[in-house]
Write a protein that binds this ligand. Structure first.
Ligand code: F6P
Length: 745
């Protein structure tokens, strides 16, 4: 509409100005014509009275004079008639016009003297009249008196107003006509062809360009579309070649690298891009209200740590909730942006949620319901019907957002986590040709625990819309199969490890997630080394034993147990006082939930209490840094730490454990790892603990410190080998290979 106005407005202004000027001239002309007409009429009436008035004046016949002035009363538009004597005094006047007597008439004298007729417009009361005065002369041209004829002029102005009205109506009709014609022409010439072209581009984007969607546009737009079609063709040819080359290269490489994964994906998915869905986005734009500056941060999330390097390696589209308060400023018209922001390797599509949706779906159902349901930490799950309704609504919102993006044939969608249990089924209903894998990043409970969820059937059947469901460890797979077997009408095949429901088969497999690690490079970067020097100085770490913990502040992470174990360790081994520092990095998380809010207070309090207990000089045993840290910021802490504590009470995998091992390139350092993490199955060289047993836990700290260097190195080497071989690229490759085999891709 704005564009039409821009185009039409000048035309309308020109037409209106031209019409107004024309109207002014037309009205002037008409006005002159009508006044002339009036003058002529008044003159002829006055002249027709000349003889009779002359006689009356000579004979001083007042009676007939009155009779004469009344006689003209009935004449059209004639208002009055007045007869004056030679002194200018009124002898007779039309009765209904007697008020005229009171009007000042300075012009009478002039006419009596000049003996010339006079016709002028005169103001009378609130209106204008036309007065024509004819001097009555005797035969010797001596003045006998005057006759004045007064005409009503109001009809002239009525006629002129009517003329203006007609001109205005014509102008308005013309403006409307121009507007409608412009809208119509704009639609025919511009909007419709562009709409058709946009539609064609949409099919083109999805790879649907075939006989069903030919380019219909002719002219310049048609040429543009045809150019794009040529580019697409070349791109397709190049991709095909790449995927053939990828297959050949794949067979040569041994360790899983970014490149090898890229080759695998090209070989298996060919032209089809990868679509990843998660709640948490890999980058958030956040406005720092104190500085007024916008920061781009990578959130503390296992999903982000694992998936980001995969998409960087292979490209594709990641669809996630745009939860940063400045996120909307950084997307294009389709809510997308290139990631990483400084070196676009893949596309992030942000999905917007209202406050109510975020509250019900994320804080409520996902994190107060499913999260405690799946973690064995004795925090009671809360299931509210309103949260469930929001959870369903948001799953549907994500489904629609994904469906918009999918290419024409065989798309591959990789869903992350417990936020989207219903998504696979929703997508499959519209796109049965889609291949869908769901990865569950948290533990899966046993059937008894899961059965307390009031929406168990819908959740299980939603998840079984996937072709493949992945868990970190075999035990979670077993729990899931048991759950499906016991709580859902389905057939579980323990040979194939699959669940069959309504002739749809879903395979259940364990894929232990990992980190990228860059473990093979043994070189140190300059930046972390500088940062280490800074940290040593700031926290007076030189010559001390340094421990580190890196966590989202969550009750599943066993942070309080960790502090209690450090306390017990110092109680038992006081000679470590002043020689020991534990640095805890804690990223605030889900703080709107009361349990999390309370936990933050609990941690603050216990750290404060224990620090006070041991405070000596400037030394305190625990340094607590409660804020968000980026991966680059965390690395120097890992590098500086003689040991790292991961004391989760229950954890799907825990990538901090693997990140610590990956960062320890010099093989120094020990990992204290909870036996209740998925990572404990792989990192068997870690010092494993039961975080509930504070006594054993404190002993593990002592062991980590006092273990002979040779043994530490050996253990670290073994753990690094495990991570090198089972890095995140292998994890992704395993999932894709498994799917390809199952779906015969
Ligand atoms: O798998 C658990 C998870 O979804 C991981 O992404 C991460 O460890 C954590 O939860 C992130 O939590 P949130 O996205 O709620 O901050």
């Amino acid at each position: 509409m704005r564009r039409i106005l821009l185009f039409v407005l000048p035309i309308l202004i020109i037409v209106s100005v031209a019409f107004t000027i024309f109207g002014i001239f037309q009205v002037r002309f008409e006005e002159e014509k009508l006044i002339d007409d009036l003058k002529r009429k008044a003159k002829s009436v006055a002249e027709s009275m000349d003889l009779s008035v002359k006689h009356l004046l000579i004979t001083a016949d007042l009676k007939n004079a009155n009779y004469l002035v009344e006689k003209f009363e009935a004449r059209e538009r004639l208002q009055g008639c007045v007869i004056y004597n030679k002194k200018g005094q009124i002898l007779a006047i039309t009765k209904k016009f007697t008020d005229w007597k009171n009007k000042e008439k300075p012009y009478l004298k002039e006419v009596l003297n000049n003996k010339e007729p006079r016709g002028e417009l005169e103001k009378f009361k609130e209106y204008t009249v036309y007065s024509y005065i004819l001097p009555i002369l005797d035969d010797e041209r001596k003045i006998l008196g005057l006759v004045e004829v007064i005409h009503d002029t109001s009809y002239v102005f009525t006629r002129l107003a009517e003329l203006w009205r007609r001109i205005s109506i014509t102008l308005i009709s013309l403006v409307i006509l121009i507007l409608f014609t412009s809208i119509f022409l704009n639609r025919q010439i511009f909007v419709l062809p562009v709409q058709r072209l946009t539609e064609w581009f949409r099919h083109f984007q999805k790879g649907e360009i075939d006989d069903r969607h030919p380019i219909k546009e002719k002219g310049e737009l048609g040429k543009l579309a045809s150019e794009v079609e040529q580019v697409a063709l070349s791109l397709r040819v190049v991709r095909r070649t790449i995927s053939d080359e990828a297959l050949i290269r794949l067979q040569k490489e041994e360790l899983w690298t970014e490149e090898k994964l890229r080759n695998l994906i090209h070989a298996k998915l060919g032209e089809n891009a990868l679509f990843v869905v998660s709640n948490r986005e890999p980058y958030m734009h956040v406005l720092d209200e104190t500085t007024g500056m916008t920061k781009c941060i990578s959130p503390a999330s296992g999903v982000v740590t694992a998936i980001h390097p995969i998409l960087c390696a292979c490209g594709g589209t990641w669809i996630a909730h745009g939860s940063g308060n400045a996120d909307k400023k950084f997307v294009n018209s389709k809510d997308k942006l290139g990631i990483p922001p400084e070196d676009n390797r893949y596309i992030l599509k942000r999905v917007w949620l209202t406050k109510e949706e975020e509250e019900g779906y994320y804080y409520g159902f996902a994190n107060e319901g499913l999260w405690p349901l799946c973690h064995n930490t004795h925090t009671r799950p809360i299931f509210r019907e309103s949260d469930w309704q929001m959870y369903k609504k948001v799953n549907q919102k994500f489904a629609s957002s994904i469906l918009e993006e999918l290419p024409a044939r065989n798309p591959f969608i990789f869903i992350q986590d417990y936020h989207f249990t219903l998504l696979a089924k929703m997508i499959k209903e519209k796109r049965p040709d889609a291949t869908i894998a769901l990865f569950w990043h948290i533990p899966w409970p046993n059937p008894e625990a899961f059965s307390i969820c009031p929406y168990q059937e819908e959740i299980l059947s939603g998840m079984l819309g996937s072709d493949l469901i992945g868990f970190h460890v075999q035990n979670h797979c077993n729990n899931f199969l048991d759950t499906a077997n016991r709580l859902l009408e389905s057939r579980v095949d323990t040979e194939k490890f699959s669940v069959m429901r309504f002739s749809k088969e879903t395979y259940i497999r364990a894929f232990p997630i990992s980190v990228d690690g860059h473990i093979r490079s043994r070189s140190f970067n300059v930046e972390p080394i500088r940062e280490i020097q800074r940290l040593k100085k700031e926290y007076e770490l030189e010559g001390k034993i340094v421990g580190v913990g890196v966590d989202r502040i969550d009750y599943t992470k066993g942070i309080v147990e960790r502090i209690l174990a450090i306390d017990r360790f110092l109680e038992k081994y006081p000679h470590y006082k002043k020689n020991f520092v534990f640095i805890q990095l804690g990223a605030p998380s889900r703080t709107h939930i009361k349990r999390y809010h309370d936990l933050m207070g609990e941690i603050d309090e216990i750290i404060e209490k224990k620090n006070w207990k041991y405070l000596e000089g400037g030394w305190k045993p625990i340094i607590y840094l409660e804020r968000h840290f980026s991966a680059d910021e965390i690395e120097p802490y890992y590098m500086i730490a003689d040991f790292c504590i991961v004391s989760s009470l229950h954890d799907g995998m825990n990538l901090v454990a693997k990140e610590y091992v990956a960062a320890k390139k010099d093989l120094s350092g020990s990992l204290i790892l909870s036996q209740f993490t998925g990572a404990a199955r792989e990192l068997t060289d870690a010092i494993q603990i039961n975080p509930y047993s504070i006594e054993d836990f404190s002993e593990a700290i002592r062991l980590a410190i006092e273990m002979p260097m040779e043994e530490k190195r050996k253990r670290m080497e073994n753990m690094r080998k495990v991570i090198t071989e089972n890095n995140v690229y292998r994890w992704a490759a395993n999932i894709i290979t498994e799917l390809a085999a199952l779906k015969k891709m």
